[in-house]
Write a protein that binds this ligand. Sequence first.
Ligand code: CAO
Length: 432
Amino acid sequence: MPTPVKLPALGENIDSADVVSVLVAPGDTVAKNQPLLEVETGKASVEIPSPAAGIIREVLAKTGDTVAVGRTILTLEGGDAPAASAAAPPATAAESRESQLSTSTPVVPSPPPAEARPAATSPRLLKAPEPKVPGHRLVPAAPTVRRFARQVGVEISDVRGTGPGGRISIDDVKAHAKRLLSTPSGGRGAQRELPDFTTWGEVELEPMSSVRRLTAEAMSFSWANVPQVTHHDVADVTHLEELRQRYARRVEAAGGKLTTTAVLVRVVASALAVFPKFNSSIDIANQQIIRKRYINIGVAVDTDRGLLVPVIKEAGTKSISTVAAELSDVASRARERKLGADELQGATFTISNLGGIGGTGFDPIVNWPEAAVLGVSRARIQPVWDGQAFQPRLLLPLSLTYDHRLIDGADAARFLRWVCEAIEEPLLLSLE
Ligand code: CAO
């Protein structure tokens, strides 16, 4: 009698997952912990390991399906499969994946925070947990929670409390807000019904991937909740470009590519040490500013699944060569779907460089709960008046979007000027 293998619990607030690939077919003999399916939850991939050795009888899940947690994904015959869901310990699942992939494949990430941690028997979970401001305490539906709900536009009586006796915490409010944003009629700006587009011609329907869904939710949340302003400036990168050409080989030997982004990660990390406000988060509910003593820079990477933001941890302590090597590595693994959840978490500031593609400028959206984001556009040679004549200079347009609740325009102007001057005169980096 074949045993049904069900999609196991993947973490709190995750009730389904998108099937990215089916790794087995009927008739296949599988070992215990051998990956059966690759699914996407959030921005990371999860492999569902086989709960036991046996022979695959029927595969019910197909690539592209959205499968609910607890639904049967396939049936397995023989071996000692437990009747319930796939249930291999995470470490063993990781071992099985490691044996299948190249040595450069990431191993199991460090344990995610409790709210995203799978049960002991669930498979390896690589999902990046929802952004959460450190320091938030789980509290009953106290006045602070009610105030927070009001500020984010949530009706407190609609929120399901998960505390003792159903008491409502701020996280419950956030989870509720997130659910509202992800439902077609729940989010702000999404309340109007779409017209029937077939009135004017043929249409195609494409289900949203989990990356697209999460990006949509995060952007809507930031847009609706963070009063943000973008400040623009231009850095003269003529000299930097010469240095880049001169030292490209040396950095290549260290395993990286000396690009504008790598230099900016290092420069911005130094700027954040000088201007700690930009490395903070605002905690409206508790009426406080959370200053982080670590500087982790998220870098937006364009992939075929959508935007991913791997994080260069403790960027201020690393040389430009090290940052360049790390950036090349995470950018390529982001594109190969090989990033672990811990590599997508913990950013204190984000850089988004569209200059490799083009454009004269853009206004990025703050990656909440961070305080600011730096947009980088394409450097171009332009005439600059030096007092006597126009000189051809390579100018890099920079745009800094900031949370205006925390940062004032003058702060932003000073921060971005400092970044421009450090790019133009790298000695500044070691002076301050
Ligand atoms: N101005 C001019 N040229 C630039 C540039 C800029 N601002 N930024 C990069 N370039 C050049 C690089 O120097 C490189 O040229 P060479 O091959 O001649 O050296 C080329 O463009 C490609 O650069 P790259 O993409 O390989 O490397 P990078 O470090 O500059 O960028 C990364 C890395 C990951 C940021 C980039 O690949 C990427 O994904 N960018 C898109 C980010 C994005 O989608 N942001 C939007 C988020 S909001 O929706």
